[in-house]
Design a protein around this ligand. Structure first.
Ligand SMILES: C[S@@+](CC[C@H](N)C(=O)[O-])C[C@H]1O[C@@H](n2cnc3c(N)ncnc32)[C@H](O)[C@@H]1O
Length: 151
């Protein structure tokens, strides 16, 4: 906070954007969502937001951090129509084939894809900049998607 005092505003702005995007997609009739790089659930999670539009919405949270996955699964335990899986946005084919994801997501139906503040974007090890632009099309071809990258 001392080094980057604007980080608090950035975090709130990011969550606001994520929630508006999710609501916008749900308001257009989409009832299943994949949230990649979901992080830990807090309040105003994707499933909370889209279910305020329609309670039948299904959400698969995807993160490549096993600790995030374990903690998220614990926090969301018992929430029907919501799953947390381990997956990497750099491997969309594997993600699409994941049996847990396929249990909730039918790619024959419109699928909302959300990827916000999920990874750093600069060049160098771990960067997802080159492939990321192609990923939404690979994970969910022709479907509504929302990506917001860290600077
Ligand atoms: C800053 S959090 C963002 C959380 C949430 N999307 C938001 O906007 O508030 C970024 C998350 O992306 C995950 N992540 C980073 N690279 C990823 C990748 N290649 N595939 C899947 N998840 C990734 C991290 O583990 C972390 O939980």
């Amino acid at each position: 906070m001392a080094l980057v005092p604007e980080i608090r505003d950035c975090a709130w702005a990011n969550r606001g954007f994520h929630q508006r995007a999710a609501r916008w997609i749900a308001a257009r009739g989409v009832r299943q969502f994949i949230d990649i790089g979901s992080g830990l659930p807090t309040v105003g999670n994707t499933h909370d937001v889209v279910r305020s539009v329609d309670a039948s919405c299904r959400v698969v949270y995807v993160d490549n951090d096993p600790l995030v996955r374990a903690q998220s699964a614990r926090l969301l335990n018992g929430t029907t129509g919501v799953k947390v899986i381990l997956g990497d946005l750099r491997d969309p084919e594997r993600l699409r084939a994941d049996p847990e994801l396929r249990a909730l997501v039918d790619f024959g139906e419109p699928t909302g894809l959300l990827m916000t503040a999920r990874a750093r974007s600069g060049p160098g090890p771990g960067s997802v900049r080159p492939p990321a632009a192609r990923r939404p099309a690979h994970v969910s071809p022709g479907r509504p998607s929302c990506c917001r990258r860290d600077r």
